[in-house]
Design a binder for this molecule. Structure first.
Ligand code: DQA
Length: 148
């Protein structure tokens, strides 16, 4: 079973970007850990990151045809602005779990609204790099349940 990990804008800067909010762990380090967990869970993880909204839309849109069973996504700033990413998630109709490293409800008001979350089966936020791990585990459990 294949899971697509999608990371949106500025997440390539993790490690040095506002470390008081996002910590010091880099995106390659997060992906490396997730791959290990994916291996333990018996799923394959394919990871992609882009600063461009259309890339996210293209990847999500192609995910069903590429054989992905589900999506873990941190849309980053597009969470709060992108009808296109939300529509892509709805159109793909794969179980998707939204991730935010920070607690988006404990920051500026504009961050507490997610346009993309209604197209996801659930949202994890606020646990730093570990948030991705909970999301991956939750999605894998959900997919296993669906399959069983
Ligand atoms: C983020 C939260 C967003 O509000 C922000 O624009 C990001 C990262 C997070 O992981 O906490 O880029 O998605």
């Amino acid at each position: 079973m294949k899971i697509l990990l999608v990371n949106g804008p500025n997440l390539q800067l993790l490690g040095s970007r506002e470390p008081e909010i996002y910590g010091r762990v880099t995106l390659p380090e997060i992906v490396c850990r997730l791959r290990r967990i994916a291996g333990e869970l018996g799923v394959e993880l394919v990871d992609r990151q882009s600063n461009h909204e259309g890339d996210l839309v293209d990847w999500i849109g192609a995910a069903p045809a590429e054989g992905f069973a589900g999506i873990v996504i941190n849309p980053a700033a597009y969470t709060h602005t992108s009808v296109a990413v939300r529509d892509a998630l709805a159109a793909a109709a794969l179980p998707a779990v939204e991730v935010h490293m920070s607690n988006i409800h404990d920051r500026e008001d504009f961050r507490s609204r997610s346009l993309t979350a209604p197209a996801c089966v659930g949202v994890f936020c606020g646990f730093g790099a570990a948030t991705y791990e909970w999301a991956l585990r939750a999605l894998a459990a959900r997919l296993e349940h669906n399959a069983g």
